[in-house]
Write a new protein. Structure first.
Length: 107
């Protein structure tokens, strides 16, 4: 996996998490403009993540692991949520799955 792909996945995950947070804020504050901004951000995520030229199944399989990591870290450190141990364990399982998808053919 190239550094470019890692940067794309990290940027895409930040756009997806951020877009979802903006949509959530708009829904809770009843602001259509904020919801539309969140939708545009989610659209930008979709464009960015697909700039990596991989098979779709591998692309999204590995991306899900990056997204899960960014999501849980954002919840913990940006939104100050209490993340239970079971969530951290689940994250470890997801990241292991992403690593199998990415590096499994080399074994």
């Amino acid at each position: 996996m190239t550094y470019f792909a890692w940067l794309v996945f990290l940027g895409a995950a930040m756009l997806e998490v951020g877009g979802d947070a903006v949509v959530r804020k708009g829904l809770r504050g009843s602001s259509l403009a904020v919801i539309l901004l969140g939708c545009a951000t989610l659209g930008a995520y979709g464009v960015l993540v697909n700039t990596v030229k991989w098979d779709f199944s591998k692309l999204l399989g590995v991306y899900v692991a990056v997204f899960a990591l960014v999501s849980i870290l954002s919840g913990r450190f940006i939104f100050r949520e209490d993340v239970p141990l079971t969530t951290w364990i689940g994250l470890a399982v997801i990241v292991c799955g992403g690593m199998i998808i990415q590096f499994g053919n080399r074994m």
